[in-house]
Design a protein around this ligand. Sequence first.
Ligand code: GLN
Length: 483
Amino acid sequence: MHNKTIAELAKGLRSGEFSSAELTSAFLSRIKQHGSLNSYITVTEDLALQQAEAADARLAKGDAELLTGIPVAQKDIFCTEGVKTSCGSKILDNFIAPYNATVVDKFNSAGAVMLGKLNMDEFAMGSSNETSYYGAVKNPWDTNTVPGGSSGGTAAAVAARLAVCATGTDTGGSIRQPAALCGITGLKPTYGRVSRYGMIAYASSLDQGGPMTRSAEDAAIMLQTMAGFDQKDSTSVDVPVPDYMSGLTNSIEGLKIGLPKEFFGDGLNGDVAAAIEAAINEYRKLGAQVTEISMPTLKLAIPAYYVIAPAECSANLSRFDGVRFGYRCENPADLTDLYTRSRGEGFGKEVKRRILMGTYALSAGYYDAYYIKAQKIRRLISEDFKRALSEVDVIMGPVTPSTAFGIGEKIGNPIEMYLSDIYTIAINLAGLPAMSVPAGFAKGLPVGLQIIGNYFAEDRLLNIAHQYQQVTDWHTHTPKGFE
Ligand code: GLN
């Protein structure tokens, strides 16, 4: 039962093959059985069983939605009323949110069952899930390797079938990169498509929540619930949400795919490149036309991001001061001591590094040289995408330069870690939607194909991914020991 997709489970729940209570119990026992992956920070067993019972009643009444009774999990960055929301940090280890994120409310109204809160890099800063206060998450494909980050708990849980599907957030690649390294499907929507209300902010102009699932079809179902305008989020965009399911089966004959030559240069692992080329060939067989394009500003994405994201993070994280909520140091001598020790003891090393970089970049005298310059580069990158997407329908390429790397391998070298997102970060700077789709294996580890589309073209991306998943079975593979 745990290997089924949302649509298959929805059918089983309606035909009486199993109840949501049975399904939920099965997932709860799998979570216990595979606790060593460390994918969950909090398991909400009692709440899940209560919600399952309510879902069964709703199913019996016949007013259920597709997600009713389906066991899902939330990245621990989404506030959940009455349930610990840690954001992977010691500073929020004692934080019980007084309200739900809009996304969480939406899952609740759909009647989904919440299994718990998923592990993540501290404040979503990282590419390996190793910066979490709760320890590293293991990649179910090879437990000596990282699942990617920052939504590493989500990717590992969905790949190991410890949740049917789950949420992630993507500031510079945190949905797509872990999805690629764990062999699942991930969608980072257009900036403004999914409400950020109650999603703890890292870099507000880049952060976006989205679905992480087994298949494109499941991602369509999840996004249908997550997307939409929210008055409580001033950056949420008021454009109608299409029916994501109905477009999945459209033909992609004649689709114009652009391959930026900058995505295929030095630094891309040969096995990954081969898997991506094979995926592009499948698209050719499906009737797509493939052309090489050039996007000269892509190489500026990492440096611009590592000015803008830390700058925003230094402002966003100033609220964690030991006064209103979160960790407070013991016996502060005075107010300055309270601030400095609460923050000094509460934040981890990577978060401190980002706060320092951001504060530096924003300080008087350096602001123009770093922050303003980075914003100008951001504009150039957006224009580069705009031009490219007027010539082709979608852009494709790898998600990551290599497959999953070893736990401990890059954590001592921040620059090398930052380069894990070399193919994903530019998309966040431009605010565009993009997907990671399982596209084969290299030496037993999953490879992800990235598909980048125009603003609010999530329906098109899902359609393109779904068509590929009709002719390939990479998305159906399950890691050994988790079948
Ligand atoms: N790895 C990138 C960072 O550390 C992106 C993280 C994210 O998307 N949340 O900032």
